[in-house]
Design a protein around this ligand. Structure first.
Ligand SMILES: [Zn+2]
Length: 438
């Protein structure tokens, strides 16, 4: 789901889930597996015809990702250079003296223009997903999702936009800090409400118990092994098959809205053993408090980005403000400068947030594999096969570019995850599990 640049920036690490640092005494089995896994990249492989398609598909996705980011930044530069930002401000001011009317008019123009400019690339991205069998969503439903995203971004982004300018007015030199506080509040609130109010706008959910009682019983075994409590009422089935073909499961929400979501595509295409592993991984995020740690990480990162952003905005306005028709920061059109700076910073910080996320995902892999010990016959083979099913379905290239992996991957590559799974056996003599003692 794309909630627009502003919200996605606030949620920059909302999905970046984190881990506990490994205690050195516990690291032996994991370290051994890591070393072996570097020599065992064939743990995930594709048949020749599928491999060719996967390489093609991955290349298109990578290009779309980088071109999409570059185009997003270029758009904002063009809006400034051609005086469109200043024009949008003049239109908004002509509406009247009411600040709310002006602000929401300016934000509507900004959102409409940038959304229209991005639409062709977004449409091409969806077309590619359909052609490569990753999406089964019809254009009508796709456009309806775009419309819903637009309205949500307009409503919530608009409120944040008003707050931003209120804070800039009150504290011209410290707004980068004062706006960071509500940004964090909005992020936490967003994580809390999205599973309840936002996600159901885009997908259908039902209690997992309703259609898969046997699976719930099986998952409760894994839960019991974790020594925690995830009641069946917090396990949901998402009808992902209405739109996509890929497999997934995730932990979402915070406090009372915290829950585990399993996609129906996973139930259809993976065995109960493989789902147990996928679920064990998700339970790892849950048990290891990755959402809270991710929030703490996002908080620090955002504070640094806002401070750099503030200083960059001042510099840009001093040097180019006159040419762009933007006299000072307390000018509706300065929002375009702020978004330009934040877009660039968001792109530049991707390796940091993704590196953080990858370390959490690895921790969850370790946890998941340990969690199914004693429940499935062969945890190593099960986990490896789960990655095979996942990768084959999503046309994952077994040999991604190291640069692309470093910059854009929120998870370690499927090859390295499968290789690690194949060799990770903390119950072998002389090894120690990291999270489970038995
Ligand atoms: Zn995960």
């Amino acid at each position: 789901m794309r909630l627009g640049l502003l919200l996605s920036l606030l949620l920059i690490c909302g999905a970046a889930i984190c881990c506990t640092p490994c205690a050195s005494a516990q690291a032996s089995a994991e370290t051994t597996a890591s070393h072996q896994s570097t020599q065992n990249h064939a743990a995930y492989s594709l048949p020749p015809d599928k491999l060719k398609t996967a390489i093609e598909y991955t290349r298109k996705r990578v290009i779309l990702n980088f071109v999409g980011t570059a185009w997003g930044i270029l758009q904002l530069l063009l809006l400034l250079a051609f005086g469109t930002a200043a024009w949008m401000r003049r239109v908004a001011i002509r509406i009247g003296s009411n600040k709310w009317a002006q602000g929401f008019s300016f934000f509507l123009l900004f959102l409409a223009i940038t959304s229209l400019l991005s639409l062709p690339l977004e449409m091409y991205g969806h077309h590619v997903s359909v052609v490569y069998g990753q999406s089964v969503q019809h254009w009508g439903s796709w456009f309806a999702d775009q419309g819903k995203s637009f309205l949500l971004t307009y409503l919530f982004g608009g409120l944040f936009f008003m707050l931003l300018f209120f804070v800039i007015g009150k504290s011209p030199n410290r707004w980068w800090f004062w706006v960071w506080i509500p940004a964090m509040v909005v992020t936490i609130f967003g994580i809390f409400v999205s599973p309840i109010f936002i996600d159901p706008l885009f997908n259908h959910f039902e209690p997992l118990q309703q259609s898969n009682p046997a699976l719930v019983e099986r998952l409760e075994q894994v839960v019991a092994r974790g020594g925690i409590s995830i009641p069946p009422a917090r396990m949901f089935l998402m009808k992902a098959s209405e739109k996509v073909t890929g497999l997934n499961a995730y932990v979402t929400g915070i406090g009372a809205s915290k829950r585990v979501v399993v996609w129906d595509t996973s139930v259809a295409k993976a065995t109960p053993d493989e789902i147990s592993f996928i679920f064990g991984h998700e339970m790892g995020h849950y048990v290891l408090n990755h959402i809270y740690k991710g929030l703490a990480f996002a908080g620090v990162l955002l504070l640094v980005l806002f401070w750099i952003g503030f200083n960059s905005v001042q510099w840009l306005l001093r040097h180019f403000g006159a040419g762009w028709g933007i006299s000072e920061q307390h000018n509706w059109a300065a929002f375009v400068v702020i978004m330009l700076v934040l877009s660039v910073l968001s792109f530049l910080s991707e390796p940091i947030s993704n590196g953080f996320s990858r370390s959490q995902e690895h921790a969850a892999d370790v946890y998941g594999q340990e969690a199914i010990h004693g429940i499935v016959a062969d945890p190593q083979a099960t986990a490896k096969q789960a990655f095979q099913v996942l990768g084959e379905q999503s046309l994952v290239d077994p040999n991604p570019s190291p640069f692309v992996e470093f910059w854009t991957f929120s998870h370690p590559s499927i090859s390295s995850r499968a290789a690690f799974a194949a060799t990770y056996n903390p119950w072998a003599p002389g090894q120690h599990p990291k999270y489970f003692t038995k």
